[in-house]
Design a protein around this ligand. Sequence first.
Ligand SMILES: CN(C)C[C@H]1CC[C@H](N2C(=O)N(C)Cc3cnc4ccc(-c5cc(Cl)c(O)c(Cl)c5)nc4c32)CC1
Length: 332
Amino acid sequence: MVRYNALKGLYDLEKTIGCGGFAKVKLATHLATGEKVAIKIMDKQMLGEDLRRVKLELEALKSFSHENICQLHQIIETETHFFIIMEYCSGGELFDHIVEKNRLTEGESRMFFRQIVSAVAYLHSLGYAHRDLKPENVLLDKSQNLKLIDFGLCAKPQGGIESPLYTSCGSPTYAAPELILGQQYLGQEVDVWAMGVLLYALLAGSLPFDDLNIDNLYRKILNGKYEEPSFISKDSLSLIRSMLQVEPSKRIKVTELLDHHWITLGILEPVQYQARSSSMYDSDCVQIMAKFIDIDEKMMWNELSKWKFDYNTATYFLLSNKKKRGHSLKLN
Ligand SMILES: CN(C)C[C@H]1CC[C@H](N2C(=O)N(C)Cc3cnc4ccc(-c5cc(Cl)c(O)c(Cl)c5)nc4c32)CC1
């Protein structure tokens, strides 16, 4: 097991839980609380021009605070490595969950899809587009809450979310027609298309556009025709159709999804997408942390409210998670 000095005394590294391109993601334990975290480790030498993408993702992650977006806890940068410490999602990938159950019922799909709409609406409200939405980038935590991950491709166009983007990116299977054609496109319209593919995958247990031959796959996407299985309800099919519109301007807007009748069926509540109240002050956690290093609570909160994403930030997040789960609050 490679030992990293930067993590000594702070985190205990455990097994590798995945590899993504230029990064390795490992399970680890945050020593002060004993809570599990995921640490994305990147070797700077191997990054090359991807360094820009990493900086992008870090800036994005630092500004996100939402129930359905994987929470950043701490960033450690050394001469040779980046360590990105994040919330551990023990429920694995949504993709595996769908495969395991073959396909989900309309009710289950609605509960998951509402969380995706909430996360994407939140991203767009901050001027970001994800641009690589796919089941592999949607994880589950232990209580089946969805967590969006992998913001390496997310964009915050200078001119705001309405200004066109050019770089074609993301996986072809979920890529919108305008992306494939290399045309100018709006990040939020591309995200809506990918959400349509995601909703189809939840309800059908298969992909609307799939082909081993990339040219056939492109033709199918540009054609915008896909199979409508008989077991999917008319309501569901019409929502999917409104998202999988080849012409971007004809596609439903994320804001129209928030209170769409399929989304609110049986729930009657529109989707809320505001930032979570975690930036609220949790005095129990602050008191425990202050006592632990023998400073007063005000000093501690003064320090924490700078959101430095240092070990204190991680401890505060993990302690408040522990409290939310009703566990005893103590620091080691
Ligand atoms: C295929 N990808 C390019 C990488 C893959 C690496 C493992 C990861 N994972 C898994 O695949 N489990 C099955 C376990 C797991 C548990 N918790 C996680 C918490 C965070 C992340 C995460 C990973 C990356 Cl690359 C990020 O950018 C962010 Cl913001 C977050 N991945 C986690 C993760 C999923 C993605």
